[in-house]
Design a binder for this molecule. Structure first.
Ligand code: CA
Ligand code: CA
Ligand code: CA
Length: 180
């Protein structure tokens, strides 16, 4: 770290314990803080970043006790409100993304990843806190979507997509075949 960097870092200490609480840092040197590292002494707890320097936080990094990054929040509208959180496995790969599509902090969609690709997703479309839509992926291709159209807790319809772009609707067990 150069002298210039040191000048751009402002530490904040707990008044009673003297423990380091926060580091404010101006990463791009434009005179405005864009990186807030919340600390517990030497341990990083959370880092909030304004990566595009528009004075609005757009990235929230959460660190585990082992100082590994566990979760990264982001804001799809870039308005300072986090609405999606990416979770990372111990090897650093993306394991899942939780989304608050109404942007109220309530998670209503979870996407599961393997080897960097989404393999399935679950969504609560009607806000009753129960999953009613299940997507499964084959590589980058959406392979099927199951729906719980009556909000009973289990899927009753499934759309299966062929590799040729075709779609087939299946009725699942326990389904009344025709409804008005
Ligand atoms: Ca700055
Ligand atoms: Ca920003
Ligand atoms: Ca639901």
């Amino acid at each position: 770290m150069s002298d210039g960097d040191a000048k751009r870092i402002e530490p904040v200490y707990d008044r009673s314990t003297g423990r380091l609480q926060l580091l404010r840092y101006d990463a791009n040197g434009d005179g405005r803080v864009d990186t807030w590292s919340y600390m517990d002494g030497a341990r990083v707890v959370r880092i909030e970043l304004d990566t595009n320097h528009d004075q609005t936080i757009d990235r929230w990094e959460y660190y585990g006790a082992d100082q590994r990054i566990e979760r990264v929040g982001s804001s799809r509208l870039e308005d300072g409100t986090p609405d999606s959180w990416a979770y990372y496995a111990a090897d650093g790969t993306l394991s899942r993304v939780e989304l608050s599509m109404k942007r109220n902090g309530n998670i209503n969609r979870i996407e599961y990843y393997a080897s960097g690709a989404m393999v399935r997703a679950e969504e609560d479309t009607n806000g009753d806190a129960r999953v009613d839509k299940w997507e499964s992926y084959d590589g980058r291709r959406l392979a099927s979507v199951a729906f719980d159209t009556t909000f009973r807790g289990t899927p009753d319809r499934r759309l299966v997509y062929g590799t040729d772009g075709s779609a087939r609707l299946e009725l699942l067990p326990g389904t009344t075949p025709s409804r008005p």
